[in-house]
Design a protein around this ligand. Structure first.
Ligand SMILES: [Zn+2]
Length: 81
């Protein structure tokens, strides 16, 4: 089982699917997306990706700035170096 963090070789794939899942897009020059203020979207993607330790991955997300929402993973974890 793997933890889906930035060091994971599938991280980009995960983020890509998350962007798609949240319908991240540009409207009138602004970035907009659909957010339900939960981690449901990221969790269902992690389940689809298989062999991911979801509980440990959630711990990683929560302690790295994505406390309550899938979009925080893009904003606070992926965008950071
Ligand atoms: Zn959000």
């Amino acid at each position: 089982m793997e933890i889906m963090n930035k060091q994971n070789k599938r991280w980009k794939e995960f983020v890509c699917r998350l962007l798609e899942g949240l319908n991240f897009r540009k409207e009138n020059g602004k970035h907009v997306w659909n957010c339900d203020h939960t981690h449901n979207k990221s969790m269902s993607i992690l389940k689809e990706m298989e062999d991911v330790d979801i509980a440990k991955t959630m711990e990683y997300f929560k302690s790295n700035g994505a406390r309550c929402c899938s979009c925080e993973i893009m904003m606070n974890i992926d965008a950071r170096d």
